[in-house]
Ligand binder design. Structure first.
Ligand code: CS2
Length: 490
C-alpha cells in the first residue's frame, strides 16, 4: 500500500482536506518537544489553520525526547499526517502539513540544540507529560536526584530532559547574542508555565547564576489550558483509515471534534495569531486551567480507575454503565463545582453536561488504562487540590475518597478478577510494595497517603480522609467497585 506523502496527497483530495499553502517554502518558527498524538491533534492543528490562512513562518519542528517512532512514522510521509475527527455524527479527515521536520533527541542532541538556538525559532513548546518536568509534584521543586537531571547537569551539551534542552539552548542564544524564545508548556499541570519557569530557573542556577539571571530577564513562560481528547492510535485505527483513504498513514491521530486552547498572552518573542483560529489569548489562564483539570481530568481519572476495576476497557463504555455515569455527575456537582471560580460569562452547567457527552462519545476508543497511567503525577492537581478546598470549606469529600480508594486498589496491582494490572507509573513498584506490606485496608490507606511526594505533609494525618478512604477500599475489596457503588450511591 502506498504511503501518504507529497506525491500521493493529490489522490485523496476528495476524501480529506489537505494543506492549502506552499509547504516547501514555509519556514519553521516553533520547536515542539514531545511530538506525540496530543500535540499533532491540538497545537499543530491550530497552527495548521493559520498556515492555511496564509500566515508564514510558523511551521513546527517536532522533537521526540525518547523514541524515534514518530520520526519513523513521519519521515517517509514528508511530515504529513491525518487527523481523524470523530464525533457522534460521523468522521472528518484532515491532512496536516504543519510539521516540517522531526528530530530525535537521543539520536543527535547537538542537532536539536542547534535548531533550538537558531534565531528563526521564536517559541519552544512542550507536551512531555507531567513526569517530564522532573519536579516533585507536591512542592513544585526540581528534583535534583532525578536521573535525567543529574545526567544533563553533567553533560550539558547532550541533554536528555526537556529542561536540559531548554536551558542549554537558552544558554547558546545568550552567548550568541540571540533573543530568547518563549517557552510554552502545553501539559496538564496547574500553572504549567510557572511550574516550568521554576524548574528551568532552578536548573539554570545549577549551571550559573549569570545564566539564571539572563533567563529571568529575557524569557517568558506563559501558562496554557489545553483540551482535546486524543486516544492513543492503534493499528486497527491505521488499518481502518487505510481502507478509507487508499493510502497508508503511520502518523495518523484520532481526536474528538471539541477543542479548546487558552493561552496567557505573555510572549517575549513574536507569536502566531492563534486567536484568529479559535484559541483564547487572555491575561489569566488560571481559572480555566483549574476548572478543566478538576472537572475534566479529575472525572476522567475517577472513571478510569473505577471503570478499569469494573472491567471496562473504554471510557465510552464506562459512561454507558448507569451507576458510573451517575457517579461522574455527582462527583462534578457535589464535590468539584463548589471549589471553582467560574470565568466571566462562562456557563459551567453547560460545560459539565458537555464533558459527560464528550466522555460518552462512542467514536473514541479511549482506554481507561491509558488515563490510569502516571496517577502519582496526576492526582495532586486532579483530586488533591479539590479535596483540600472541600476540607477547608467543610464540603463533601466522600467521592474524592472513593477516587483515592479506587486508585489505591488499582496500584496494588491486582484487578477484581485476580488478574495482574500493568500499572504504568514512576512510583509503581514503591506503591505496590506499600500495598503488599499492609495487611488491612486501613494500613494500606495510611501507608499510601504517607507518600509525601504525592500527598504532601498533612493528608496522612487527616482522620476524615483516612476513615472515608478506608471505608471505600474495604467496600471495593468486598463487593467490587460496581457492587459498592450500587449499594452506596442511592
Ligand atoms: C486524560 C487526558 O490521559 C489522561 O490522563 O485525562 O489526556 C485528557 O484526555 C486530556 O487532558 C483532554 O484534554
Amino acid at each position: 500500500m502506498q504511503r501518504l506523502n507529497n506525491q500521493t496527497l493529490a489522490n485523496i483530495a476528495g476524501v480529506a482536506s489537505t494543506p492549502s499553502y506552499d509547504r516547501a517554502n514555509s519556514n519553521a518558527g516553533i520547536v515542539h518537544l514531545g511530538i506525540g498524538a496530543f500535540h499533532r491533534a491540538h497545537q499543530a492543528w491550530y497552527t495548521e489553520a493559520l498556515l492555511n490562512r496564509g500566515a508564514a513562518g510558523w511551521q513546527i519542528i517536532g522533537a521526540s525526547l525518547r523514541s524515534p517512532t514518530v520520526k519513523d512514522q513521519l519521515a517517509t510521509q514528508d511530515g504529513l499526517y491525518t487527523i481523524v475527527e470523530r464525533g457522534p455524527e460521523g468522521e472528518k479527515f484532515q491532512v496536516v502539513g504543519a510539521v516540517k521536520d522531526v528530530l530525535v533527541g537521543p539520536e543527535s542532541p547537538a542537532s536539536l540544540l542547534s535548531v533550538m538556538a537558531d534565531a528563526q525559532i521564536k517559541i519552544v513548546s512542550l507536551t512531555v507529560t507531567e513526569k517530564g518536568y522532573c519536579h516533585d509534584p507536591a512542592s513544585g521543586n526540581l528534583n535534583l536526584s532525578n536521573a535525567d537531571i543529574k545526567h544533563d547537569l553533567a553533560n550539558p551539551n547532550a541533554p536528555k530532559s526537556a529542561i536540559g534542552f531548554i536551558v542549554a539552548a537558552l544558554d547558546a542564544r545568550r552567548q550568541a547574542g540571540v533573543d530568547s524564545f518563549t517557552v510554552l508548556s502545553c501539559d496538564n499541570l496547574p500553572n504549567n508555565g510557572e511550574v516550568l519557569e521554576k524548574v528551568t530557573l532552578q536548573y539554570a542556577e545549577q549551571v550559573s547564576a549569570e545564566l539564571a539571571a539572563w533567563i529571568r530577564a529575557n524569557t517568558t513562560f506563559p501558562c496554557t489550558m489545553i483540551d482535546r481528547i486524543v486516544p492513543a492510535t492503534t493499528d486497527a485505527d491505521r488499518q481502518e483509515l487505510e481502507g478509507k483513504l487508499g493510502l497508508r498513514d503511520e502518523g495518523m491521530v484520532l481526536a474528538e471534534p471539541f477543542s479548546q486552547w487558552v493561552i496567557e498572552d505573555k510572549f517575549c518573542s513574536d507569536r502566531p495569531a492563534w486567536e484568529d483560529v479559535g484559541a483564547l489569548l487572555v491575561d489569566d489562564v488560571h481559572v480555566y486551567e483549574i476548572m478543566k483539570l478538576r472537572l475534566l481530568n479529575g472525572s476522567h481519572s475517577l472513571l478510569a480507575y473505577c471503570g478499569y476495576l469494573a472491567g471496562f476497557d473504554y471510557v465510552s463504555e464506562v459512561m454507558r454503565e448507569p451507576v458510573l455515569a451517575q457517579l461522574c455527575q455527582r462527583f462534578m456537582d457535589r464535590e468539584v463545582s463548589q471549589t471553582l471560580t467560574v470565568p466571566a460569562g462562562f456557563d459551567m452547567e453547560h460545560y459539565k453536561v458537555e464533558l459527560r457527552e464528550r466522555f460518552a462519545n462512542p467514536g473514541l476508543k479511549h482506554r481507561t488504562w491509558q488515563i490510569a497511567m502516571d496517577g502519582s503525577q496526576k492526582i495532586p492537581q486532579r483530586w488533591l487540590q479539590t479535596l483540600q478546598a472541600q476540607l477547608e470549606g467543610e464540603g463533601n469529600i466522600d467521592l474524592l475518597c472513593l477516587a483515592l480508594a479506587a486508585w489505591i486498589r488499582y496500584v496494588s496491582g491486582v484487578d477484581e478478577k485476580g488478574e495482574a494490572i500493568d500499572v504504568q507509573d514512576p512510583l509503581a513498584s514503591e506503591l505496590k510494595a506499600l500495598c503488599d506490606a499492609s495487611d488491612t485496608p486501613e494500613a494500606t490507606v495510611r501507608a499510601v497517603l504517607n507518600v509525601k511526594e504525592v500527598f504532601g505533609e498533612s493528608l496522612a494525618c487527616n482522620e476524615k480522609v483516612l476513615a472515608a478512604t478506608t471505608q471505600w477500599l474495604t467496600r471495593i475489596s468486598e463487593q467490587g467497585v460496581l457492587g459498592a457503588l450500587k449499594a452506596e450511591l442511592v
